[in-house]
Design a protein around this ligand. Sequence first.
Ligand SMILES: [Zn+2]
Length: 298
Amino acid sequence: MSHLVNYSYCPVCKSESLKEVLSVQDFTVSKERFIIAECNNCSFRFTQGIPCETAIGRYYKSDSYISHTNTKAGLVNRLYHVARYFTMMIKESLVKNATKKGVGMMLDIGCGTGTFVHTMSVAGWNVVGLEPDADARALAVKKYNCDVYPAEDFYRLPESSYDAITMWHVLEHVHSLDDYLVQLKKLLAPKGKLIIAVPNYTSLDAGIYKENWAAYDVPRHLYHFSPASMRKLMERHDLRVVSIKPMWLDSYYISMLSEKYKKGNMVIALWNGFLSNLRAFFNKEKCSSVVYIIEKVS
Ligand SMILES: [Zn+2]
């Protein structure tokens, strides 16, 4: 049977000095509310009372949500697909710049239907994808004939192999954070780079929308990173953040979803997305979503 995970200490720095900061609703699936706590030591935020790994599956079943899309959701989804096309190009150059390699070995964790695996394969990279959803895996193989395996295979992949390991909005979904990082470090080639994109709750749009900020996405998002807490997590695993890149489109997408949740106004969403990016233009650590480029310390 399912049980709920309530932390008595910070999953990143293990401090017991915690405070409750928000009560957030699951807007897309269950409509249940969850408490978000923050660590007073490292500023990491995390969702309390999350279903354990074997029980969280039902919170990912959003079929009714998708099939009953209203016009606003339809517009949001269409814009998302246009944005994805540009995002693929941005991600490809990000991997090449971070690794300083034209071609190499790459692992894409949480690859979905294989769009980025395909993009990098076409660019000449040797790419493997991992994806927990069987339907998405089948589609990836059907559409692109790419190498995509179940998420459990993560602990069976060859060590010291990958020039780049990408996790686009995936780490915030992983239950065993420490075990996962230990394995990520093992899989990296000696000069390999870990490329981790996550939402950033210290962004301006997160501050504006508070409990309606769509990127909290409870209980699917178990963690809510600040740049400081990401650095702390990596430090504890003998890894280091070498640079931070802003993801400019996410502020618009997240603001539009957030306005939808609070039954607000799409024009205001675009304005807030713009304001958030303007803030991030002067300090990229304030972007709505950020990409962390990470390497091994030794
Ligand atoms: Zn902490």
